[in-house]
Ligand binder design. Structure first.
Ligand code: GTP
Ligand code: MG
Length: 219
């Protein structure tokens, strides 16, 4: 009887926990985003916006009314990207952060037209290859992916619609786009916090939707 009551109690007081993986090239804004999410969903904290390049990982758990999000922010430098795949099988959603000032509007137009990308101004090609690599890995199969077009506060940013049509759609619909999955492209400015709540809301709805394929951990 004790065990029955204990398990009923634990069930009633526990919540689902989902792991979210922040990916993207170095300098994209992942750590800044994590800081804003932490500040937004706790009553006291101010975001620490003085970030340094991440070597290894940062992790934070935020508490929402009906679930926990455990957010993993991993370093995006070239030499660290090999570590990403060890997170894939246990994550419930991926947030791929793009620096909208570092993909080049003209380059996007060239890519969309199927032309070569020999004289790029930004890191569009690198970004495309890295995103394709994530989507192609079998451990990310079926995982919802949110693409955040970050740094939309800067005047020199490429608009979200251009990134969506010219880059993301091309990757997702290409042969290296991987399996069919839930995906969305949203604008964001991690530095100011604009778009952060919308991103978290999308993530929450999609991990719940996908929970039969990737069940949460009960905490
Ligand atoms: N203007 C602007 N700057 C941003 C934004 N987000 C991040 N930054 C700046 O971009 C730089 C890199 O941000 P980080 O959050 O450290 O980047 P990261 O993706 O964690 O980089 P790695 O740890 O090397 O993978 C910092 O100088 C941030 O202040 C944004 O939305 N707008
Ligand atoms: Mg970082």
């Amino acid at each position: 009887m004790y065990h029955l009551f204990k398990s009923i109690y634990l069930h009633a007081t526990s919540k689902e926990e989902y792991s979210i993986l922040l990916l993207g090239l170095d300098n994209a804004g992942k750590t800044t985003l994590l800081e804003q999410i932490k500040a937004h969903y706790s009553t006291h904290a101010h975001p620490n916006l003085k970030t340094v390049p991440t070597v290894g990982q940062n992790v934070a758990t935020i508490t929402l009314p009906d679930l926990y999000l455990k957010i993993w922010d991993v370093g995006g430098q070239h030499s660290l990207r090999g570590l990403w795949q060890s997170y894939y099988s246990s994550c419930h959603a991926i947030v791929f952060v793009i620096d909208s000032t570092d993909v080049g509007d003209a380059d996007i137009a060239r890519l969309a037209a199927g032309a070569s990308s020999a004289d790029e101004e930004g890191r569009l090609e690198e970004c495309r290859l890295v995103l394709e690599d994530v989507l192609q890995n079998q451990d990310t199969e079926g995982v919802p992916v949110l693409i955040l077009a970050n740094k939309q506060d800067r005047e020199d940013c490429v608009e979200v619609v251009r990134i969506k049509e010219g880059l993301v759609r091309k990757v997702f619909e290409g042969e290296k786009g991987g399996s069919v999955r839930d995906s969305r492209v949203l604008p964001c400015a991690a530095l100011t916090g604009t778009g952060v709540q919308e991103a978290v809301e999308w993530i929450c709805s999609r991990v719940k939707w996908n929970k039969e394929s990737r069940p949460p951990v009960m905490r």
